[in-house]
Structures are given as structure tokens and as C-alpha cells.
Design a protein around this ligand. Structure first.
Ligand SMILES: C[S@@+](CC[C@H](N)C(=O)[O-])C[C@H]1O[C@@H](n2cnc3c(N)ncnc32)[C@H](O)[C@@H]1O
Length: 292
């Protein structure tokens, strides 16, 4: 089985090889024709959550990734996220964008009193219900935008690689703060602003020899939706600046406790030299914030 690099896709690799044949100069035609880069304007008025994980072609590609299912423990940011989450015994937990359920299962096994996992995708939840079930977990199909819970219902809210799909970040973070009991924790890992503001389809400038020369960052201050090809065209993530991401938590009344930019350790890279470029720019931002 062919395993994909974190967040990379077979099609993304094709984009890279195509770009590699041509010197990348500003205004390069291939760059303009690619599905990557900056194209927020066309999506300005599209408020609906995009349920791309239920697209059969997307799901087929995503489910080949190393991090899917039991490979979750091998993911680049896994050990950092587990460290961030810490002791969960006796906690009432909400997992936003729980996907196939590996994190929810880990939390239940680690002693959480109950775990509610919500996700927009039926395909992801089908896997969760079939393979990552546990007496203290309940999985529900819901979008993070529409989900409602009583105030102070949870001691811990976690989200792994899902908040960059949400348009109204401030609104969601405000609701998370309300759902948390006093002293409750919010632990999040999501794509960094450096990843979401990439300037080319695959992010990298490729030299004539086919090697990656540099990571591109463009239109950093222009927040909003950006679409890229990832298994299928038009996968939408929301770019937000670092100050928006962190101040959003502070403005919601949460106290920032830890910020980590996940890059691979030497140990992680030992058997995967093909992923050494992950040290050239941070892909994941991890934060822990506490309700006062
Ligand atoms: C990259 S996957 C991560 C899954 C899981 N948390 C993990 O770390 O393996 C992102 C998940 O977020 C879900 N998602 C995306 N947008 C969502 C939304 N608006 N509401 C609820 N779930 C959403 C997707 O369906 C998908 O399962």
C-alpha cells in the first residue's frame, strides 16, 4: 500500500513534478493555472461548511495516508499532541472533527469519563463506529459550526487538524470557551498560518533540477478561504494569521498555556528521510489554553 506524506497528495506530487520542468518566475503560466495559490475572492460569499471527507475520491486518497487508522500513532505531531493533552482521567471530553476516532479512542482508554466525538463526515464516522468504538465514546454527525452543548459541559475540548476548515473561528472558539467548565482545557492542533498561506499549489519553489528551493508564503495578511488540490481540486481551508489564531483564544477568555510548532524530531526522521523537508517549515501549530 502506498502511504502518503503528511498533508501531501499524489496529485500534489504531480503538481510539483509539473512545476519542476519550468523555472518558477512571478506570473508563470503554470502557477496561474494550478489550483493552488491565492484565490479567496471567488469564495467570499460561500458560508457552507465543506464536507470534503465524504467525497469518494477524496476519501479514497485520504484513507491511504500513513496517519489514517492505526498509523495515527506515527503521525509527525502525535507525540507533541499527546504531551499537550496530558492526564485525562475522569474528564468529560469533546473531540471536534474527530474523524475516524483514533484520538477519541486514545482518550477513552486513557481514562476519560466520557468522550463525545463530532464530525461532519459520515464516511469518517463509519470507520470510527466500526473500528474505534468504546463504551465511553459516543460519535455524532454534526458540523462544528452547528453543534450545541450546555455551558460548562466539558473539562477538556480537543481538536486535531480540523479548525482550519471552519470559517468563523472566533465564533467557534467563543462557544468552546462556554462549553468548558472552569479550569477546563482546550487542546488544538491545526495547520500553521505558514502552511495555509502558501503561495504555490504545493507550496514549494522547485528548481530546474527538481529539488525544492524554498517554501513560498504569499498574501499573508489576507485571511479567509483558500482552495488547493489535495486528492481532488478545491479543498478549502481557512487561512488566519498567527495573531488571529492566538488572540482568538485570548479574546474568548482563555489563558494560553503552551504553543508548539510541530516539526519532526531526529528520531521520527530516522526511518523517513523522504520527509526531511518537514523541518524547513512548520506544518502544525499546537496550542493549549485554559478557561480561567
Ligand atoms: C484531517 S481530518 C482529522 C481527523 C482526526 N481529528 C485526526 O486527527 O485524525 C479533519 C476532520 O475534520 C472534519 N471536519 C472538517 N470540517 C468540519 C466541520 N465543519 N465540522 C465538523 N467536522 C469537520 C472532517 O470531516 C475530518 O474528519
Amino acid at each position: 500500500m502506498v502511504r502518503q506524506r503528511p498533508f501531501a497528495s499524489a496529485q500534489g506530487d504531480r503538481d510539483t513534478r509539473q512545476l519542476a520542468t519550468t523555472a518558477l518566475l512571478p506570473g508563470n503560466a503554470l502557477e496561474a493555472e494550478s489550483s493552488g495559490g491565492y484565490n479567496a475572492v471567488a469564495m467570499e460569499n460561500d458560508n457552507r461548511p465543506q464536507n470534503i471527507y465524504d467525497d469518494p475520491q477524496f476519501f479514497e486518497g485520504y484513507s491511504q495516508m500513513e496517519r489514517f487508522q492505526s498509523g495515527w500513532g506515527l503521525a509527525m505531531e502525535h507525540s507533541s499532541f499527546v504531551e499537550l493533552v496530558g492526564d485525562v482521567s475522569g474528564r468529560r471530553v469533546l473531540d471536534l472533527g474527530c474523524g475516524a476516532g483514533q484520538l477519541a479512542f486514545y482518550l477513552a482508554e486513557a481514562g476519560a469519563a466520557e468522550v463525545i466525538g463530532i464530525d461532519a463526515s459520515e464516511r469518517m464516522l463509519d470507520v470510527a463506529r466500526a473500528q474505534w468504538t468504546h463504551p465511553r465514546i459516543s460519535y455524532r454527525q454534526a458540523s462544528m459550526e452547528d453543534a450545541g452543548f450546555p455551558s460548562e459541559a466539558f473539562d477538556l475540548v480537543v481538536s486535531s487538524l480540523a479548525l482550519h476548515y471552519v470559517r468563523d473561528y472566533a465564533g467557534l472558539v467563543g462557544r468552546i470557551a462556554r462549553w468548558l467548565a472552569p479550569c477546563g482545557l482546550f487542546d488544538d492542533t491545526a495547520a500553521t498560518e505558514i502552511y495555509t498561506a502558501r503561495g504555490l499549489a504545493d507550496g514549494w519553489v522547485i528548481g530546474p533540477e527538481g529539488t525544492r528551493i524554498a517554501w513560498t508564503l504569499d498574501h499573508y495578511a489576507d485571511e479567509g478561504p483558500r482552495e488547493h488540490r489535495w486528492f481532488v481540486p478545491g479543498v478549502r481551508r481557512y487561512h488566519r494569521t498567527l495573531s488571529t489564531l492566538l488572540n482568538g483564544l485570548i479574546d474568548a477568555g482563555l489563558v494560553l498555556e503552551r504553543v508548539m510548532e510541530s516539526t519532526p524530531s531526529d528520531a521520527w526522521l530516522r526511518d523517513r528521510q523522504q520527509d526531511a523537508d518537514e523541518r524547513r517549515r512548520p506544518m502544525f501549530l499546537l496550542v493549549r489554553a485554559r478557561k480561567a
